[in-house]
Design a protein around this ligand. Structure first.
Ligand code: CUA
Length: 305
């Protein structure tokens, strides 16, 4: 049985081929007419024609037939995707994905312990998982082309999307519904891993933050005493806000700010120094910190593995 991505890719090829044939026909007619009726071959003004019933029926009927064919192919593909989703058995796990301006929140209600992460969705490979798609503010759309079709996230409504990765790997995705100025920087990484790796990841994420020492401990003080803690949570501390991404295991993620920057020390420092430079319009403000405090904060956040 084909995967959802293969079914959608096959449909795109067929529709693309139909569109290409129409393009060739239209261009050929255009070039032929331009040559056949060029000025040097036509004497005087062109004849004025009023109405042509046969032509009008033809140019109404042909698009109707073409669109009917595309519609039938599309409904067939949608049914196939539905059948593929149920053929992989009942979902082994539910994950709640919430779209925010402009990042993704992922919660694992079926796992033991509280697991909240952002922008990087871990799933077991060769296992069906059910995403419950919700939105915190405006309409977003969850789209990871290799794993399936796109499905909107609508405030006040829960949509469902079955994901199935047939091999381990990192699958890239993107918000597919315009949701504000940073819509383009709303990227998704889906990390599909073997059952063992996935269980290890879950266990690591369920843990509270490891108590920091040295500069990192100083960084935790900076974090808790500044506005950081009014938007973010770090489990194991008093920071419990949910407006921004949960940072308990920030350093385990591959990117910052939903794909804007790689998650390394230099980028983390640059991002914290001036988030609006990298993601203008995002809710993450520039917090005036001394160099020493900023270094301590970077050291702390970098320790949150
Ligand atoms: Cu979220 Cu576009």
């Amino acid at each position: 049985m084909r995967t959802s991505a293969e079914a959608i890719g096959g449909l795109a090829l067929v529709v693309g081929a139909i569109a290409f044939l129409i393009f060739i026909g239209v261009e050929a007619a255009l070039l032929y007419s331009a040559w056949r009726y060029r000025a040097s071959r036509v004497a005087g003004p062109a004849p004025q024609i009023h109405g042509n019933t046969r032509l009008e029926i033809a140019w109404t009927a042909i698009p109707l037939v073409v669109l009917a064919v595309v519609f039938v192919l599309m409904v067939g593909t949608m049914r196939e995707i539905g059948a593929t989703a149920s053929a992989n058995g009942p979902a082994a796990m539910r994950i709640v994905a919430r779209g925010h301006q402009w990042w993704w929140e992922f919660r694992y209600p079926d796992a033991s312990g509280e697991i909240v992460t952002a922008n990087e969705l871990h799933i077991p490979s060769n296992t069906a998982v059910d995403l419950e798609l919700v939105a915190a503010d405006v309409v977003h759309s969850f789209w990871v082309p290799e794993l399936g079709g796109k499905t909107d996230m609508i405030p006040g409504k829960t949509n469902h999307l079955r994901l199935y990765a047939d091999h381990a790997g990192v699958y890239r995705g993107q918000c597919a519904e315009f949701c504000g100025i940073e819509h383009a920087w709303m990227r998704i990484s889906v990390v599909a891993e073997s059952a063992g790796d996935f269980q290890r990841w879950l266990a690591g994420q369920a843990a509270a933050r490891a108590a920091p020492g040295g500069t990192a401990a100083e960084g935790e003080r900076v974090f808790l005493q500044n506005v950081c803690a009014s938007c973010h949570a770090v489990r194991g501390t008093d920071a419990k806000a949910v407006a921004g991404p949960d940072l308990t295991h920030l350093a385990s993620r591959r990117t910052l700010a939903a794909g804007v920057l790689p998650n390394d020390t230099a980028s983390l420092r640059a991002w914290l120094f001036d988030p609006q430079r990298y993601k203008p319009g995002s809710l993450m403000p520039r917090v005036p910190l001394s160099d020493a405090d900023l270094d301590a904060l970077v050291s702390y956040l970098g320790s949150l593995r």
